[in-house]
Design a protein around this ligand. Structure first.
Ligand code: GSH
Length: 211
């Protein structure tokens, strides 16, 4: 039995949930909230979610990229997240890293909006926006006429891309530029796995800062 500790509006949780939905992999979901936090933090004092517990294999996996590689290895399905060819696998991992940079950088902008007055960091926010523009530039060039970011099939990198871009464009808008990113995000949203994750987040979306 797989158990995922996460949160319905957390971008990194979406990344893993997308991978689980891709292959209809059964799992139990535990929302990290006031009630479950003590149990979660005891398991993973770093406090970063999601984390995945596998009771059959008596193991706990953390870090979303590793969780998805784990699913690909031990719970494989129709969608394979890491290509078997080494060069292709490196490309997938590389773009996964780029989108995790986007995800983490974007969250600096979000967190700044909920900081107490006097403790905001306008310089850090500008720096984050500059970094995100650089990420958009490399992603736009990479997409070319590819259907997915690392080629013709949906992989780990696309699991990372959907949530990072979805939140990214809300906090650092594409502003009419980056047409390939815009079209790519629409393709990702139309994918049933991501569409389902988005739909399920709706009841709690009011919790998102600035929603
Ligand atoms: N590198 C981590 C990042 C996970 C992460 O930052 N998750 C956010 C939620 S979307 C989180 O735990 N935020 C709470 C915190 O940083 O205290 C991963 O890929 O799993």
């Amino acid at each position: 039995m797989l158990t995922l500790y996460g949160h319905p509006i957390s971008s990194y949780t979406w990344k893993v949930v997308i991978a689980l939905y891709e292959n209809a992999t059964p799992f139990e979901s535990i929302t990290v909230d006031q009630d479950t936090y003590p149990d979660f933090i005891a398991k993973w004092p770093m406090g970063k979610f999601p984390i995945l517990l596998d009771s059959d294999r008596k193991t706990m996996i953390t870090e979303t990229s590793v969780i998805i590689e784990y699913l690909d290895a031990y719970y494989p399905g129709r969608t394979r997240f890491i290509p078997t060819d080494m060069d292709a696998a490196l490309e997938v991992r590389r773009w996964d890293r780029v989108f995790d940079h986007l995800n983490t950088t974007m969250s600096k902008i979000v967190v700044d909006t909920i900081r107490p007055e006097g403790q905001r960091d306008p310089y850090g926010v500008e720096e984050a926006k500059r970094a995100i523009r650089g990420i958009y530039t490399v992603v736009e060039a990479q997409l070319g006429d590819r259907a997915f970011v690392a080629g013709d099939s949906f992989t780990l990198a696309d699991c990372a891309a959907g949530p990072a871009l979805w939140y990214g464009v809300r906090n650092a808008p594409l502003s009419g530029g980056f047409p390939r990113i815009s079209a790519y995000l629409e393709r990702l949203k139309a994918r049933p796995s991501f569409g389902r994750a988005l739909k399920e987040s709706e009841p709690l979306f009011h919790m998102y800062p600035g929603a």
